[in-house]
Design a protein around this ligand. Structure first.
Ligand code: ATP
Length: 255
C-alpha cells in the first residue's frame, strides 16, 4: 500500500501539486487521470522518488521515503518497476537483453539464473518466440509486453506505468490493460497508472484519482465514476457524445 499525505511540489514560484492525500491499495490497479497539465506526471515522479515533494509524506508499506537512509531509498527504488510512455526499450538490445538489463544492473544472479527469470517473465506476458528479436522487429503491442516484462523482472512490489496504452489500437490497448491488471493481482503489486485512456478507466479502474490543477478533485471506482455528479469529472470523462450516451444508459438501467 502507498499512503500519500498532503503532498505539495513547487518548482521555484510554480506551485504544481497543492496538497494531495490518497492511498493506493496493494493488488489493485490505481489510475490517475486529469487534464493535460493537471500534475499527473509530477505526481507519478514523486511516487517514483524522482522528485522530492516540497511538503508532505509518501509511505510505502509503512516506510516513509523521506525518513529512509540513502541506502534504504535505493533498496526501495529497486522494488519499483516502471513502464515508460512509448516503452523506452534499448534499440541495440534484443528482447531478452532488454528484460535482462535490470538483473545485470542490480543483482548478482548467475547468467543461468538470469536467463531463467527472463524466460519466466517473457512467458508471463505471452512472448515466447521473440527472445532474439530486436525492438524494431516487433509490433507496438509486443514492445509494451517487453516493457512490462522488464518492469516486473525484479519482482517489484510497486509498478508505475506512464500512459501504457499510448500508440496502441483499442483492441491491443485493452489486452495490455488486462495484462497489467492480471499481473497486479497475481503478484500482489501496488500498481499506479497515469492515463488519458477512458477505456482503461472503464476496464481496469479499481481506483481512479482525478487531479485538477494540482489537487485531488475526486476519487472513486469505475462504478462510482458512472454515478458521480461532480461536474469537473463528468465534463472530463464524458466529453465525448458516445461516453455521455453510455453513461445515460448505465444510469437508466439501474433505475
Ligand atoms: N521539472 C519541472 N520544472 C518546472 N515545471 C514543471 C516541471 N515538470 C512539470 N512542470 C510543470 O508542472 C505542470 C504539470 O505538468 P505535468 O507534466 O505533471 O502535467 P500532466 O498532467 O502529466 O500533463 P500531460 O497529461 O500533458 O502529460 C505543468 O505546468 C508543467 O509545466
Amino acid at each position: 500500500m502507498i499512503e500519500v499525505e498532503n503532498i505539495h511540489k513547487s518548482f521555484d514560484d510554480a506551485h504544481i501539486l497543492k496538497g494531495i492525500t490518497t492511498t493506493f491499495d496493494t493488488g489493485k490497479t490505481n489510475l490517475i487521470i486529469g487534464q493535460s497539465g493537471s500534475g499527473k506526471t509530477v505526481f507519478l515522479k514523486c511516487l517514483l522518488g524522482l522528485f522530492e515533494p516540497t511538503e508532505g509524506k509518501i509511505c510505502y508499506d509503512g516506510q516513509n521515503f523521506s525518513e529512509l537512509s540513502s541506502q534504504e531509498q535505493r533498496a526501495l527504488k529497486e522494488d519499483m518497476g516502471m513502464v515508460f510512455q512509448g516503452s523506452a526499450l534499448f534499440d541495440g538490445l534484443t528482447v531478452a537483453g532488454n528484460v535482462m538489463f535490470p538483473l545485470e544492473m542490480f543483482t548478482k544472479l548467475s547468467k543461468s539464473e538470469m536467463e531463467d527469470r527472463v524466460n519466466i517473465v517473457l512467458n508471463r506476458v505471452n512472448l515466447v518466440d521473440a527472445h532474439h528479436k530486436y525492438p524494431s522487429e516487433i509490433s507496438g503491442g509486443m514492445q509494451k509486453r517487453v516493457a512490462i516484462a522488464r518492469a516486473i523482472v525484479m519482482n517489484p512490489q510497486y509498478l508505475f506505468c506512464d500512459e501504457p496504452n499510448s500508440g496502441l489500437d483499442p483492441r491491443t490497448a485493452i489486452v495490455i490493460d488486462n495484462l497489467i491488471k492480471e499481473i497486479t493481482e497475481e503478484y500482489n503489486i501496488t500498481t499506479v497508472i497515469n492515463t488519458h485512456d477512458m477505456n482503461s478507466v472503464m476496464e481496469i479502474g479499481e481506483k481512479i484519482l482525478f487531479l485538477k490543477d494540482g489537487l485531488k478533485e475526486w476519487e472513486g471506482t469505475k462504478h462510482e465514476i458512472f454515478k458521480t455528479d461532480n461536474e469537473a469529472v463528468t465534463n472530463f470523462v464524458y466529453s465525448s457524445e458516445l461516453f455521455k450516451k453510455v453513461r445515460q444508459m448505465y444510469i437508466e438501467e439501474r433505475n
